[in-house]
Design a protein around this ligand. Structure first.
Ligand SMILES: *Cc1c(COP(=O)(O)O)cnc(C)c1O
Length: 451
């Protein structure tokens, strides 16, 4: 086990008097350091807004996940979900920790190849793989998870062109008790469609089926749903073995484990309510171990965990731009990072912490971003002390999906830095410039101003 690094103890100041809805004193949390590096110093050096990632947290979480599963099951392989965060530095760290790549488009496939990931360590998912990208992936030997019949026929045609039998896997979906049900991706298991697709692959002769994949949803707070998924997938694998002699090499349970973020509708904070990785691991591995596979048929367990690996490693450093009383008397502040950079604010109540607390009465506050757009609300309501323009704030956890879904609407995207395990700080994505944005544009000759 790796040595845990020392972390400065946090002293939480409790204000007397008022109690929160849990009957506890109102805590006044602050966050002044990330892995020992001063937030003020980061802001001084790089300005705001600024995304900060912690290498220590990325590696620690990857190892924790690996340990949770490998303790319980003999053959486990993680794959990093590129769409959750495809910054090269982040992907590289996960690859160094042993993860393969899981991609859902040709762009992501090319990103993984550029980082040196061998094709056989790339899982290619997604409902739309244009012919050329599918041909490239199958020719190079990537692991393609087929989503629908048209894609299956196309894969068969490509295999025939190649003149060899090509291994593929299928994505399946099923009822695991999670609603709304994600039945739009892959072949449905409960109706028998997945079994039909597998038989079709078997009888077609152009392809072989070497794996079954599912991804039951995202931010799933019920580990038992994974137990159900694993049992159903195992039953399908066994049925195929008996019926056709086909041997399923791997069962891929996808991603979707919850991070410690808090959903808008959730009562208890995510840090207290998110299941531990051990809980997910227990549900999945006990279902597979009790499925009755012959020892030589035990499939490899693949996992494509995204948000649970990266969310807590990401922080947004931002600053207060102004204070405002709204017409109904409620307090609001404007900050320099909005939903353009924190797309996940639509689903999660991100924690917003001052760097220092100067005291004064805390008040429910609406936190607006800098966009000229009514929907630019980072928190509809959060308890904050009095703040002045220029005061720094830290928003967390924001490591999952924000740096892939961020949008370049009226403002340039800011820099992203990585705090190394030795306290070094590196820029892993430069702040955008106007040339980055305007570079691909072309002005027709007749519109060039010749004045
Ligand atoms: C998005 C995605 C993942 C990762 O999901 P998380 O909820 O971030 O863990 C894994 N597999 C597939 C197929 C996906 O689409």
């Amino acid at each position: 086990m790796s040595k845990l690094s020392w972390e400065k103890p946090t002293i939480i100041k409790h204000a007397g008097g008022l109690a929160n809805k849990f009957g506890q004193g109102v805590s006044r949390r602050t966050l002044s350091r990330i892995d020992g590096v001063s937030v003020e110093a980061l802001i001084e050096r790089f300005g705001t807004p600024l995304f900060v990632f912690s290498e220590h947290r990325l590696r620690q979480r990857a190892r924790e996940a690996k340990r949770a599963f490998e303790l319980r099951y003999p053959k486990v392989q993680f794959s990093w979900s590129y769409k959750t965060n495809y910054l090269d530095a982040v992907c590289r760290i996960f690859h160094q920790e042993g993860a393969w790549a899981e991609v859902v488009s040709e762009m992501e496939y090319d990103m993984a190849r550029r980082l040196g990931v061998p094709p056989e360590h790339i899982l290619f998912n997604g409902p739309y793989k244009p012919e050329e990208s599918l041909r490239k992936a199958l020719t190079e030997g990537a692991r393609v998870h087929i989503d629908h019949y048209e894609e299956l026929y196309l894969a068969e045609r490509i295999a025939k062109e190649l003149g060899r039998v090509v291994p593929v896997s299928i994505r399946v979906n099923m009822d695991t008790g999670i609603h709304p049900r994600w039945d739009r991706f892959g072949f449905n298991l409960d109706t028998g469609e997945a079994l039909d697709a597998a038989r079709r692959i078997h009888t077609g002769g152009a392809l072989t089926l070497d794996g079954l994949h599912c991804h039951i949803g995202t931010f799933i707070l019920e580990p038992s749903a994974y137990g159900q998924a694993a049992s159903k997938m195992a039953a399908l694998a066994k049925q195929l073995r008996q019926e056709t002699g086909m041997r399923i090499d791997f069962i891929d349970l996808g991603g979707g484990f919850a991070s410690r973020a808090t959903l808008h509708g959730q009562y208890a904070p995510g840090a207290d309510s998110a299941p531990a990785l051990d809980d997910y691991a227990e549900a999945i591995t006990s279902a597979l171990l009790s499925a009755g596979f012959a020892p030589e048929d035990m499939p490899t367990l693949l996992l494509e965990t995204g948000r649970a690996m990266v969310d807590e490693a990401g922080f947004m450093l931002t600053r207060v731009v102004g204070n405002k009383r709204l017409a109904d008397g409620s307090r609001s502040i404007i900050i320099d990072s909005g939903v353009n950079l924190l797309f996940t604010s639509f689903w999660y109540r991100h924690e917003i912490l001052p760097v220092t607390d100067r005291g004064g009465m805390q008040e429910e506050t609406v936190v607006y971003g800098p966009l000229c757009m009514n929907i630019d609300v980072v928190r509809p309501s959060v308890l904050l002390p009095p703040l002045e323009a220029g005061d720094p704030l830290v928003i967390r956890p924001v490591g999952a999906y924000n740096v892939t879904q961020w949008m370049q609407f009226i403002r340039l995207r800011p820099a992203v830095v990585l705090v190394g395990e030795d306290g070094s700080v590196d820029v892993i994505r430069e702040a955008e410039t106007l040339d980055n944005v305007k570079g691909p544009e072309r002005l027709p000759e007749r519109l060039v101003n010749k004045s």
